[in-house]
Write a protein of this length. Structure first.
Length: 417
């Protein structure tokens, strides 16, 4: 079993809230140097194309015409314009099977088409809203939530939903998380502090207490890119040191995603990643990181070789047990395809790729150790959110036509249903 610990299955139509539009306008100005007025026009047209159903072909042609194709790869556009989250999930698993193996599997090792391993992926929800969001924008997350949980039913044991927590919603955000974990519909929680909140937010202590009570893992956006609120300093709200201090008093597991990548200024900075290593060494049962959206490992930029050497050194240390593999599908498709990402990381890490995509990831998610490394017989920890998720799926097995309609249940869960 191989785990992609960091993937997204939403669609543009469900994601594109007013707050997300504002962020896209800022990013276009920053990354393409177009004027604010031009960026506003572009985003308005993008939204119109998506909402009127012109779809991926029209959007792709539009992006090429305005000259921002370097920032939007065709696979990214194609996936985001799909009509439903079910279609995105199917595209993910079909793309990973590469037409060589059954849906729900990945050809492994790379280039050996007749061998395969089971594929498990998280489905990290996004909730890009703020205090001024309209009711229509607030309601989009309810649809995203429902349809993401549906993928867990369609792909039992292969899609593990993580509910987004955004304290800018107020008390409803905590109620949503507690419901998601208590019902077993979700396995963990997704944080995105750069949307406008930090570790000192009053609701964060309550969130951590909930996650500890349900033994639910947390995945937190942790780089200086991605989506953020209107304040240019908002990426600093993801600083790992502040969040490491926040979890000290709670029995939780948190993944500081993207290994704290810092390159927004154009110069590569190692402060955040070094801080994450310090946290993992000090709190090895709580603090983790993942290798998602490290696209320079595929594109081979000027610092790729140094990064690869550094990463191999990290894996040789005890903190290597806390490094996880993820792709950031389908966000990373702006720069590379997912199978190439798997192959590039496997080439860099060698035997350690087994650790980051198997044992380390399973420990983070809440599995007991398997009978042997790589075996598919690991069981969820007692009273964990993962165990509750098994019970939820057991209740969906009979009488739900969507059950296993995407792929057969994964081996680890088959005998538990």
């Amino acid at each position: 079993m191989r785990v992609d610990i960091h993937a997204h299955f939403f669609t543009f139509s469900l994601f594109l809230t007013g707050a997300a539009e504002a962020n896209l306008r800022e990013r276009l100005v920053r990354d393409t140097h177009m004027s604010s007025a031009a960026a506003k026009t572009v985003v308005t047209l993008l939204k119109a194309i998506i909402e009127t159903g012109v779809g991926q072909s029209g959007l792709w042609q539009f992006l090429k015409k305005i000259g921002v194709v370097d920032h939007f790869a065709e696979q990214f556009v194609t996936t985001g314009c799909l009509p439903s989250i079910s279609a995105v999930a199917d595209a993910f698993f079909d793309g990973m099977s590469a037409g060589q193996v059954a849906r729900g599997y990945v050809p492994w090792p790379p280039g050996v088409g007749e061998t395969a391993e089971e594929l498990v992926a998280t489905a990290l929800m996004m909730d890009v809203v703020d205090a001024s969001s309209s009711q229509a924008d607030l309601d989009k997350f309810a649809v995203q939530y429902r349809d993401t949980v549906l993928q867990a039913i369609r792909y039992p044991g292969r899609v593990l939903p993580f509910v987004a927590f955004n304290p800018l919603r107020g008390e409803l955000a905590l109620k949503t998380v507690e419901y998601a974990l208590d019902a077993g519909e979700c396995v963990g929680v997704k944080l995105y502090p750069s949307l406008g909140y930090d570790a000192n937010e009053p609701a964060i202590d309550r969130l951590l207490a909930i996650c500890a009570a349900y033994d639910a893992p947390i995945i937190m956006h942790c780089n200086d890119g991605g989506f953020c609120g209107p304040n240019e300093l908002d990426p600093d709200k993801c600083f790992p040191g502040n969040w490491g201090a926040a979890v000290e008093n709670y029995d939780v597991r948190i993944d500081f995603a993207h290994f704290g990548e810092q390159n927004r200024s154009g110069a590569y900075n190692t402060v955040w990643r070094d801080n994450i290593c310090t946290l993992m060494a000090a709190q090895p049962e709580k603090c983790f990181t993942d290798l998602s959206y490290q696209s320079h490992m595929v594109k081979q930029t000027s610092h790729s070789a140094a990064y690869a050497n550094w990463l191999r050194g990290v894996m040789a240390e005890p903190v290597g047990d806390n490094v996880l593999f993820g792709t950031d599908f389908f966000m990373s498709c702006m720069e590379t395809d997912v199978l190439s990402y798997w192959s590039a990381m496997a080439a860099v890490l060698g035997p350690d790729f087994d650790r980051v995509s198997q044992g380390n990831a399973m420990r983070f998610l809440g599995f007991e150790p398997p009978s042997a490394p790589g075996a598919d017989d690991a069981l969820p920890r007692r009273d964990s959110s993962l165990e509750r998720h098994v019970l939820y799926l057991r209740g969906k097995k009979k009488g739900n036509p969507a059950f296993a309609s995407g792929a057969q249940p994964a081996s680890w869960i088959r005998n538990l249903l």
